[in-house]
Each structure stands twice: as C-alpha cells, then as structure tokens.
Design a binder for this molecule. Structure first.
Ligand SMILES: Cc1cc2nc3c(=O)[nH]c(=O)nc-3n(C[C@H](O)[C@H](O)[C@H](O)COP(=O)(O)OP(=O)(O)OC[C@H]3O[C@@H](n4cnc5c(N)ncnc54)[C@H](O)[C@@H]3O)c2cc1C
Length: 535
C-alpha cells in the first residue's frame, strides 16, 4: 500500500452502503481522484454472498464490529448488541436484505423541517437511479441501476395464511410497498440478484474498482480528520500499526455510518464542547448535536408454536428438505436460502398514530429464534414482529476518550417516550388478534413469546422491555437541518468548517418508517449529484 504524497480530490471514509455508491459516482468523473478508505477487508467468502448468509455473518467479528449500548430501563436493564458491517460493502454486506424506501411522507417531513430538496418527489429520481427492479414497470421503480432488487423468492404456506388472516383482521393487501404507500400487508422486496446478495460492494464498487482515478484502501482505519484553519485537508489513518496522513484537495467525506461518523467528528474536534473538553480533544468547531438525535427501531417479536412441522425450524433439520432448499437456490435462485429478515408484513395505523402516517411496521417469518443470528428453535416456530415506525424517544452517542479506536458510549434511550410504549403494547395486541383470525387460528397451538400469561398492558410493556431489541437501524447522529445546531446542512456539508461532508445514514433528521438501507443509498446518490454539480 502506498501512502506517498499523492493528493486526492475526494477522500471517502467508509466503504459501506453510502461509501461504495459515492465512490462509484465521484470516480465517474475522470478529473476526480477519489480515495476510498475502509477499516475492514474485501468481502470474500460464500456467506457474505449467499442471501441468507447474514445469519452467519452479522455476528462474525471478522466482518462486523460489535458495539454495546449502555444498559437502560427501556431495554429492561440490558445492554444491546449493535453489529455494523466492517467489510467492503459495510452493513449492506451483512444486512437482512429487505429493500424498502419508507413512506413518502418520511421524506416530506425532512423537507418540512427546512431541508429543501429532500421531499419525496425530489428524492424519487435518486431512488430510481440506482435500482434495477425485476418486477413490473412503474413510475416508482428504476430498472437500469446497478442494485438488483427482487420480488420475494420464497412462498411459504404459513406466511400466506398470515397474510389472509391480516386481511380478515382488516388490513388491505399491498402488492408493492415501494410504490404509492407502505400501508397494508404483502411481500417484501429484497436486495438480491439472480442468486446472490446485491450489496453496495457488488453493485457499485466491484464493477468500477479498476478505474485509474479510484484508489481503494482496505484494512485502513481512519482516526481523525485533519484541519488547517477550519478547513478539512485530509485524514490521519492507522494501517498495520503505523500512522499516515492522506491529503485531499477538495473534500473529506465521512461515510462511516451512524456510530462512527459522529465518533470521527468528535475525536477530530467537532462536537459538544463539554464532551470534547472532558476527553482532552482540541475544539475545532463546537457543534452540540454531534451524536445527539439518535433514533433506532426497537422491535418486539411474538413467537407461536405451529401445529404442523412446516416451520423452517423443522425443515432445516431434515436432510431431504435441506437438499431441496439447496437445489431450489442453485437451479432457480429461489427458496428458503433467499429469505430476508422478513418475508411478508406491512404497515398500519394503530389508534395511537399521531398523524395520517402508519405508525406500525409488521414482519413475519416462518421460523423462530431467540435472537437474530442464533440457531433456529427445535420446535415448529413462527414469528410475527412489530416496530414503531417513528419513535419519539431520542438517544445519544459520545466518545469516552480521544482514542478513536475506543468504542463510544451509546445510550439509545429506547421506549423513554410514553407514546412509544403505548404504540408497542398496542402492536403486540394487534399481532395476537391476527393470530386469532379464522385463516390462522387453527394452525398454531401455543404462544411462546411473550406467552399467554402476559396479558395486562404493564405485563406486555415489561415483556417488550425485557425481550425486544434493535433491528440495526441507528440513524440521526449527524442530523441534517437548517437550524443553528444542525450538524450538517441540506448540502450535507458539516456546519462550522469547510471541506467536510457527512454522507450516510447518520444525516437523517427523522428515522424513516421502515428499513434504512434503501434510504441510505438515496442519500449517497443525491450527495454525489450535489458534489458533482458543485465541482
Ligand atoms: C445486521 C444488520 C441487518 C440489517 N438489515 C437491514 C435490512 O434488512 N434492510 C435494510 O434496509 N437495512 C438493514 N440494516 C440497516 C442498513 O444496512 C444500514 O442502515 C445501512 O447499511 C447504513 O449504511 P451506512 O453507509 O450509513 O453505514 P455502513 O454500511 O455501516 O458503512 C460504514 C462503513 O464505514 C466503515 N468504517 C467505519 N469507521 C471507519 C473508520 N474509522 N475508518 C475506515 N472505515 C470505517 C465500516 O467498516 C463500514 O464499512 C441492517 C443492518 C445490520 C447491521
């Protein structure tokens, strides 16, 4: 690896969902000299490519870094594990494959906060640009982008019965969550190509990795941004135990994700003054909201034991069924080896919904586990889960020391707002009502989680606190806005300094209602457009 005197026009820190797309777009302009820095290695190996491989990779420290949240009341006194991809492709290389943009109003709400250019109609062209959807043509989809997006590849009788039951409960059917609305129930889209995961690495980086004006450095950990008179001029990195300086002529772009982008800002001197002083970091620009506004989706699962042995828990332990799964995947790119973190589900309004937007997201799987990434239960389990689309609770993240390799202190503050508690409790009751509909009620025998003894609202809330968890969607820690405390402006330039942007999930001012990967690609696509039009 050559750390010589080469100057780059753009240095991108983090080759994750946002970073790989950005590197592709910026290096498409031949006069740019782009450097992409990644702490992890290339995404070799079968499990990072096999769609269902996330069950193995998300907890594998070789490709994911594990942060632990502070124990809190909201999570029943537990610390929660937050894995983030540390590999080319970042979290898109280990995530649950669900491809969903969220509600149109999610983005209109960003714009209503003053972030002009970020309303749904403004960002739709960027969503379409990177997408290659294998379904029907529509004004909402792209068909010529690099990211392969597929309709569901595995039909399961339990999931179909649940959809029928949800319809009997009163929820409309929705044939495409990425079109007019997420409301109703239906099948999720997945980031899958013919057989393999379509990640930020495979879609955006590998096809252009040999461009002469693109340098990709792996296993290089960016410690801090270097400044000269409040202008970002490069970064200091750690590689093979040695420190190096790398310089940029135009911009440093942080795409290190919602945990590490604010951490890099803070150790570089941009953050809340009390935190920086406590850690002995020289203040370059006081920015009190760096690390604040942390939002995540807190999920609670219900698990029932089914009356027959058709759950994947059982099928996966049957050698003949397993062989069929392998064949179905190898020959047709279909079957259980292609399942994402949710097969079917949808969105709905509970009686607590504060606006016209759905406030509950639903996910259903024909299997059950104690925790994602852990072995399937041995009984014939079935899972339906909920999260609140727009939690009001806000957490925070701050450095513990000036050492960039120390884990930051993360306080997610789950369920601290009463509306969040009420919505989640209501969600569990709704899932139970769906289980009781004629199309489903004779299929299952016993409620395992939370269990039939859990009946009052207080008991349900306690069960949610004790048994719920993250769905790996932390956002908002480098909030975009137009107020004086916003971390970045709508241009994604960091306030208080020059030559520095943040482009990743951390800039979301409000969490989108569903999974966060597709919106992160959109953020990178729009950022690339803004950067290319400025230079
Ligand atoms: C287990 C899991 C399951 C998920 N499931 C889904 C899903 O099904 N659908 C969905 O839409 N979303 C899902 N998500 C969320 C989604 O993947 C993320 O929101 C998205 O990938 C965030 O992209 P990003 O660019 O902000 O960060 P990341 O993709 O995490 O990229 C950050 C990159 O920066 C690198 N980096 C960090 N710090 C440094 C440093 N100091 N120096 C150099 N490099 C650094 C990291 O190694 C990483 O490669 C899931 C996430 C996880 C972890």
């Amino acid at each position: 690896m050559d750390f010589g005197e080469v100057k780059f026009t753009h240095i991108i820190v983090g080759a994750g969902s946002a970073g790989c797309l950005l590197a592709n777009r910026l290096s498409a302009k031949v006069s740019n000299r782009v450097l992409l820095l990644e702490a992890g290695d290339w995404d070799g190996g079968f499990w990072l490519k096999l769609p269902v491989g996330y069950y193995k990779t998300m907890n594998n420290p070789k490709v994911s870094r594990h942060f632990a949240t502070e124990p809190s009341v909201g999570s029943g006194g537990r610390s929660i594990n937050w894995p983030r991809g540390r590999v080319i492709g970042g979290s898109s290389s280990i995530n649950g494959l669900i491809f969903i943009r969220g509600q149109h109003k999610d983005f209109d709400d960003w714009a209503a906060l003053g972030n002009s250019g970020w309303a749904f109609n403004d960002v739709l062209p960027y969503f379409r640009k990177f997408e290659c959807f294998n379904g029907a043509n529509s004004q909402f989809h792209g068909h010529h982008g690099e990211l392969q997006v597929s309709e569901l590849r595995n039909s399961h009788p339990y999931c179909n019965a649940w959809l029928d039951a949800a319809t009997q409960y009163g929820l409309p059917r929705n044939s495409d969550f990425n079109a007019e609305t997420t409301e109703g129930v239906g099948e999720y889209h997945l980031s899958i190509g013919s057989r393999w995961r379509s990640s930020s690495a495979s879609a955006f980086l590998k096809p252009v990795q040999h461009r002469k004006n693109l340098t990709i450095m792996t296993k290089v950990f960016t410690e801090r941004v270097l400044f000269k008179d409040k202008v970002a001029v490069g970064v200091e990195v750690l590689a093979n135990g040695k420190r190096h300086k790398l310089f940029s002529e135009s911009e440093v772009i942080l795409s290190a994700g919602s945990i590490q982008s604010p951490q890099i800002l803070q150790v570089s001197g941009i953050g809340p003054a009390p935190v920086l002083k406590r850690c002995g970091v020289e203040i370059i620009a006081e920015s009190p909201n760096v690390g604040k506004n942390l939002q995540d989706h807190y999920q609670m699962r219900t698990v029932v034991e089914m009356g027959s042995n058709n759950s994947l828990n059982k099928q996966i332990r049957n050698p003949i069924e397993l062989a069929k799964m392998g064949l179905s995947w190898a020959l047709r790119g279909r079957g259980p080896l292609t399942i994402g973190a949710g097969q079917v589900g949808g969105a709905m309004r509970t009686r607590h919904a504060p606006s016209s937007k759905p406030d509950l997201q639903l996910f259903v799987m024909p299997l059950s586990v104690d925790k994602p990434g852990e072995p399937l239960h041995t009984y014939s389990g079935f899972t339906s889960a909920i999260w609140q689309c727009h939690p009001k609770s806000r957490g925070s993240l701050e450095i513990r020391s000036s050492n960039p390799t120390d884990d930051p202190l993360i306080e997610p503050n789950y369920l601290s707002d009463e509306l969040d508690q009420k919505t989640m409790v209501e969600g569990i009751k709704i899932l139970r009502e769906i289980y009781q509909q004629p199309k489903f009620r004779d299929l299952w025998q016993t409620e395992i989680v939370p269990g039939k003894k859990i009946q009052s609202d207080d008991q349900i809330l306690d069960a949610i606190r004790a048994g719920g968890g993250t769905v790996y969607h932390p956002v908002g820690t480098c909030r975009m806005g137009v107020d004086k405390h916003a971390v970045v402006a709508p241009s994604l330039k960091v306030n208080g300094v020059r030559g520095l942007r943040v482009v990743d999930a951390s800039i979301m001012p409000l969490i989108t209602s569903a999974n966060t990967n597709a919106p992160t690609y959109m953020i990178a696509e729009k950022a690339a457009d803004m950067i290319l039009h400025e230079s």
